[in-house]
Design a binder for this molecule. Structure first.
Ligand code: HEC
Length: 123
């Protein structure tokens, strides 16, 4: 590659690797996704059909005391970081086949990023 193009290629590669960790963050868009797609089952601070989600980024999977998790989530050894949440929200049952989260997934990467950002801001 000609030396002049190298910085461009690097910038492009960086841009490709950023989506999950984007620092830019539109909280209002995230709140809207949360309200339309998640709040039927989740609240930030109370357990409903699903466990409360405030503080979920960095929390061990399946760890809210007293919440009745599926065996997959209860037995998982991971922590919810940005990458794992992104995979989970893309297709929950692909990550944890036994999950009881009856949600087919958010295919739209912008919606996933927005809601992830919203959750990060309520950690
Ligand atoms: C139809 C109800 C429902 C909807 C809609 C739903 N969830 Fe869930 N969610 C659940 C249930 C039930 C669980 C527990 C799953 C299990 O134990 O397998 C869960 C678990 C989770 C967990 C893991 C929490 C933990 O403590 O390990 C996260 C993160 C999560 N949901 C995020 C979301 C987000 C973000 C949305 C919206 C984009 C969403 N969920 C939509 C019901 C739902």
């Amino acid at each position: 590659m000609p030396p002049l193009l190298r910085p461009l290629a690097t910038a492009f590669a960086l841009a490709l690797s950023l989506p999950v960790l984007a620092a830019e963050c539109d909280e209002q868009a995230g709140q809207k996704v949360f309200q339309t797609k998640c709040s039927a089952c989740h609240a930030l601070d109370a357990d409903r059909v699903g466990p409360h989600l405030a503080g979920v980024v960095g929390r061990p999977v399946g760890s809210v005391p007293g919440f009745n998790y599926s065996s997959d989530l209860a037995g998982a050894k991971h922590e919810w970081n940005a990458q794992l949440i992104d995979r989970w929200l893309t297709a929950p049952a692909q990550l944890f086949p036994e999950t009881t989260m009856a949600f087919s997934g958010l295919r739209n990467v912008e919606e996933r990023q927005a809601v992830l950002c919203f959750l990060q801001q309520h950690s």
